[in-house]
Write a protein that binds this ligand. Structure first.
Ligand code: UD1
Length: 426
């Protein structure tokens, strides 16, 4: 497997970086392409990521034609004709997010069998909210032999209050409700920009989804959906990762096409630290002098709170800011594993349950480190840029799930970074 090698210390990132379409948007959008029985669906601005390949295979496994033109970043899906209603373990087990096919398959076919997604290193990720919501819409659900079977000849509109605004559950229920009889109201719904992007595509397909981006979604069921064309929204987490990278290297970087509103919770914290963030015509410019930044306290929350997907990268920034910063992770219970790797690079910190106290500003040292999950891999690479000497980051399969050409983009901004295959590195 490949490794990334970084020579750190004096790096100051400068220039411009282009952001891809959002991984967390395109996965549910691909699940939505299962719904139309007429016409084809064209997704543009699709990022080339291993999670996208996995989702394509999940959809193909239903006997749906999926063509990914990587040169154009476009996926064309033809879901007309008879489709299968089972998503088998071999695909679903590769990626938890594939559970979002349950709602669309059930809504279209009246029956769905989807393998239970497996474990996850960042914390326990139950799917009870997905299942409870479908039951309220009249589905009979059984779990057996590692599979979930859902049955409802016709789903019925219902009022569903979600105990927690789960992103995946909101998406699953939204898609299921598009073809249900009557009106579904989802209260305490997730409000992430990726929810809004999904609602836009569903409405282009002929659905009637209102309220996306607020805590109440109202979906009036329609008889059938048709194919549509859609540009995937920009990846706010990739954009945020480069914002943090610019700040922690005392850089000056224009993050092209980044959307201020989508990154508001992160930008607010960066500016509280003393980072200069400016909205320009082409995107968002980040400038900083890291020696002048102030420590802060951050708490992860559902959108519009600070995103848990930026937590690991932000702790890398906290590590270079003089003083004591606090990171409180409230969304996933085991998402501090990157900090143990950063400790190996000389970071002083304490962890007490969901709170990490980071004593930043001391010179870090390069070391061999291992990615433990997707965002952790980015955080370790960023830390390598500011650590003295050589850092080798392994287990890049995590990185490739969600970042396209990450090392190339950092290199173009001035980082001393290479990606090598294990063989060529001895
Ligand atoms: C999505 C994102 C992921 C992000 C997360 C939170 C995608 C593909 N993934 O994941 O990158 O980190 O949102 O912003 O978009 N929960 C339950 N019961 C459920 C569902 C969730 O208790 O039925 C809990 C989870 O255990 C977790 C929390 O809710 O603690 C958040 O999960 P959720 O919002 O569902 O995240 P995902 O959709 O899995």
């Amino acid at each position: 497997m490949d490794k990334i090698i970084i020579e750190g210390g004096q790096t100051r990132l400068s220039g411009e970086v282009k952001i891809e379409g959002a991984k967390n948007a395109v996965l549910p959008l691909l699940a939505a392409t299962i719904l139309p029985t007429e016409g084809k669906t064209l997704l543009r601005n699709v990022p080339i990521l291993s999670d996208v390949f996995t989702m394509n295979n999940v959809v193909r496994g239903l006997n749906i034609q999926v063509d990914f033109d990587q040169a154009k970043n476009e996926i064309l899906v033809d879901a007309r004709g008879p489709i299968l209603d089972e998503a088998p373990y071999e695909y679903v087990s590769q990626m938890r997010a594939s559970i979002v096919v349950l709602g669309p398959i059930l809504a279209r076919q009246g029956h769905a069998k989807v393998s239970m997604p497996g474990g996850c290193t960042i914390g326990s990720r139950p799917i009870d909210l997905h299942l409870k919501g479908l039951e309220l819409m009249g589905a009979e659900i059984h779990q057996e032999g590692g599979d979930i079977t859902a049955k409802a000849d016709k789903l019925k509109g219902a009022t569903i209050y979600m105990d927690f605004p789960s992103v995946g559950a909101t998406q699953n229920l939204m898609m299921a409700a598009t073809l249900a009889d009557g009106v579904t109201v989802i209260e305490n719904a997730a409000r992430e920009p990726e929810i809004v992007d999904l609602a836009i595509l569903l409405n282009k397909m002929g659905a009637d989804v209102k309220g996306a981006g607020t805590e109440t979604l109202t979906i009036t069921g329609v008889k059938e959906l048709h194919g549509a064309e859609h540009d995937v929204v920009q990846d706010r987490i990739e954009a945020g990762t480069f914002m943090v990278a610019a700040a922690m290297t005392s850089g000056n970087v224009l993050i092209k096409d980044a959307i201020w509103e989508h990154n508001r919770p992160l930008l607010a914290k960066l500016m509280e630290m003393g980072v200069k963030a400016t909205e320009e015509k082409g995107g968002i410019r980040i400038q900083a002098n890291r020696d002048q930044l102030k420590p802060v306290t951050v708490k992860t929350l559902p959108h519009p709170g600070f995103p848990t997907d930026m937590q690991a990268q932000f702790t890398a920034l906290m590590a270079v800011v003089k003083g004591e910063s606090t990171m409180i992770e409230t969304v996933f219970e085991n998402r501090f594993q990157h900090l143990e790797e950063m400790r190996r690079m000389g970071l002083h910190l304490e962890i007490l349950r969901e709170t990490a106290l980071i004593h930043g500003g001391q010179q870090l040292q390069g070391a061999p480190v291992m990615s433990t999950d997707l965002r952790a891999s980015a955080a370790l690479i960023l830390t390598g840029m500011v650590a003295e000497g050589k850092t080798v980051v392994s287990k890049l399969n995590h990185l490739d799930r969600g970042y396209y050409q990450f090392h190339e983009k950092l290199k173009a901004l001035g980082a001393k970074i290479e990606r090598v295959s294990e063989d060529s590195h001895g």
